[in-house]
Design a protein around this ligand. Structure first.
Ligand code: DON
Length: 316
């Protein structure tokens, strides 16, 4: 059995990421996101021994953005069931950008290809069967992240709502095809709010740890996500969570993951580690450049790749 100094490893992972040129850009298509510090970088790990490890800007707040797509999918599955949800969205990778509209017109069905792209996530929000979808989403996010004072970043929400014309185009297209059955602006408002919830890397590591542990909190023993939902969500993350970078990420890092344009990526290992990184400088596909390097390093050093041979480890 190998014994690993996790604090030191996280430190090395950040140094490794920083040894490369920061050739990404902070997202600016939502104007309010452009104020982030492009050199910020942080990482947090919630381990199966109930220990928490963190380094760098692990407590910097940023908006969850597309990582919310995982939580909205859980909520839709929990409230509407798989049959309803997957009648409105597929489970196949696209190879297209996260905000692409093209397949809605050219694919043989008009349902979006998967719940991790914008079109699919908007369709999923339409499936959430509760009277107060955003309220329930926020409550679920707080529970999954283990922090009950998580809030909406009002400025980012208003900025995205004012400028989200592409998402509007997608949503109206979905309404035309009957994929969205509810009022378009109402669904979009919920979607924009979900993307604008403010978290830090440690919050996302907690969320990842719940998904790593079959929906159960390792701290309280409480079941927060029904067991049948976990393999659905994790396989969709594995194949579609990093958008048109999902194939390369699966090959290099080999864990189910989800990124957001706020700079976060969360992922989980088979050995029940919940891992999250923050770095708002993004590559052309909208994934954190520092985050990708950190996860590459951790996957290699800890042998976390799902398809690599395993040996027993202990963390201290
Ligand atoms: O819909 C949008 O444009 C954003 N609120 C979320 C996109 C996002 O995070 C894509 N991620 N890499």
């Amino acid at each position: 059995m190998s014994v690993i100094n996790m604090e030191q490893l996280l430190c090395e992972a950040v140094d490794y990421a920083k040894s490369f040129e920061n050739n990404g850009e902070v997202a600016s298509y939502i104007p309010e996101l452009s104020y982030a510090d492009r050199n910020a970088v942080g990482v947090a790990v919630v381990a199966n021994n109930k220990k928490i490890y963190k380094h760098g800007n692990w407590d910097t707040l940023f908006t969850i953005q597309s990582i919310s797509k995982v939580i909205s999918l859980i909520l839709a599955l929990q409230t509407s069931g798989a049959e309803k949800v997957f009648s409105k969205v597929g489970v196949e990778p696209t190879g297209d950008a996260f905000n692409s509209i093209i397949r809605l017109e050219t694919h043989h069905t008009h349902i979006p290809l998967n719940p991790m792209i914008n079109a699919g996530a908007i369709a999923v929000v339409g499936c959430i069967d509760t009277p107060f979808a955003f309220h329930d989403f926020l409550e679920l996010t707080r529970k999954l992240c283990g922090r009950n004072n998580i809030i909406l970043n009002e400025a980012v929400y208003l900025s995205e709502k004012a400028t989200g014309m592409r998402n509007r185009a997608i949503a109206y297209m979905l309404r035309t095809e009957g994929v969205l059955e509810k009022d378009v602006e109402h669904v979009l408002d919920i979607y924009f709010k979900m993307c604008s919830v403010e978290v830090n890397a440690l919050d996302l590591a907690h969320l990842a740890s719940i998904l790593a542990n079959d929906g159960v909190s390792i701290f309280t023993g409480e079941r927060l996500v029904e067991s049948w939902i976990i393999p659905i969500v994790k396989s969709i993350m594995m194949t579609c969570g990093m958008y048109d970078g999902s194939g390369e990420f699966a090959m290099k890092v080999g864990m189910p993951a989800k990124s957001g344009v706020g700079g976060g990526i969360m992922c989980m290992s088979e050995e029940n580690l919940g891992i999250a990184v923050y770095g708002p400088s993004l590559d052309a596909k909208g994934n954190s450049v520092y985050g990708l390097r950190i996860l590459e390093y951790l996957s290699k050093e800890l042998n976390l790749h799902y398809f690599a041979g395993k040996s027993t480890k202990e963390y201290y």
